[in-house]
Design a protein around this ligand. Structure first.
Ligand code: HEC
Length: 282
């Protein structure tokens, strides 16, 4: 979840007042209304031809919806966002995928977002969990809209149960790019080495952190580069990392990443980043 909500509301007092105004207006109505997030932006879809040349197409919300739109809700989204009763206008991702002939063994889609978030989903997961792309979002009564919560958004439909991870909550998408997972993760894989903890750490990092904390040119830059900020070699370094994580991503914060990871998982992440650090330092 790209929760940056209060921070941004505080920053843009204007829109904060607007949100409050809307909330007051809504609560003064007798019938419950919902906060409509139906921004119609264009987005780009990029894919390679058989010679490997990249092509991009510009798509709009209505063009995507013409593939077959459905109104759905998502318990998965509501749980992660601490909301209830959110509704989405959505299209099955598989319908979009059918529009493209993938010729170079692409098995994933990279999701580049307006706010420097970079999501990535395997086509396997997209099909297994029937993931959907929302072109319009209606938040439940009384909910506040974080600034990043704009279409396109990945939605897990009810009845499907992927692991509870940051991975399945990408919003604000400006580009979908078909890629090969092996190519994408190759620079990160090498660094894990043979340590089982570091390998598990990489997995946790890939599913929950990389989208905002980039490594080796992969992932987004919404958050800082952790590898440049922390040491990971000494106990004190690890304590500081854990403390800062809890301060920033704790359960009651609007950047609640803690809900996706246990202490043990964070230890593995640090083992992975330690290996990384060692290689940089030589
Ligand atoms: C949605 C984006 C996002 C995700 C996902 C995310 N972070 Fe962050 N993280 C941030 C932002 C933004 C900050 C604020 C400070 C900054 O710019 O790094 C931050 C701060 C931190 C900090 C404090 C460091 C500092 O510079 O203030 C740590 C440690 C951290 N994150 C670790 C993690 C770990 C570990 C994960 C995965 C389990 C993770 N984060 C997932 C966006 C994210």
């Amino acid at each position: 979840m790209q929760a940056r909500y209060w921070k941004s509301v505080m920053k843009q007092t204007g829109s904060g007042l607007l949100v409050m105004g809307v909330a007051i207006w809504i609560s003064s109505c007798s019938t419950p209304e919902k906060l409509d997030v139906g921004d119609q932006r264009v987005f780009r879809i990029s894919h390679a031809d058989s010679a490997g040349r990249m092509f991009s197409e510009i798509w709009t919300g209505p063009k995507l919806e013409s593939l077959g739109m459905m109104e759905i809700s998502s318990d998965y989204f509501d749980r992660a966002m601490h909301t209830s009763d959110s509704r989405f206008s959505s299209v099955a991702f598989s319908r979009l995928q059918e529009q493209f002939q993938l010729k170079r063994g692409e098995d994933a889609v990279l999701l580049n977002c307006f706010d420097d978030y970079q999501g990535v989903l395997s086509l396997n997961d997209i099909n297994r969990y029937d993931l959907r792309l929302a072109t319009n979002i209606k938040l439940g009564f009384g909910s506040h809209k974080p600034d990043w919560l704009n279409p396109l958004l990945i939605v897990v439909p009810n009845g499907k149960h992927p692991p509870f991870q940051e991975r399945f909550l990408t919003a604000n998408i400006r580009e979908l790019k078909f890629i090969r997972l092996n190519d994408y993760y190759a620079p990160l894989q090498k660094i894990a080495g043979h340590s089982p903890e570091a390998r598990k750490g990489l997995k946790v990092f890939k599913n929950n952190c990389l989208f905002c904390h980039s490594l080796k040119g992969r992932g987004g830059n919404k958050g800082s580069r952790l590898i440049e900020t922390y040491g990971f070699l000494k106990d004190a370094d690890r304590k500081k990392f854990l403390g800062d994580f809890k301060n920033f991503h704790h359960k009651d914060s609007t950047q609640d990443v803690e809900q996706f990871v246990t202490q043990e998982k964070l230890e593995w992440v640090m083992d992975y980043l330690k290996n990384f650090r060692k290689q940089i330092d030589g």
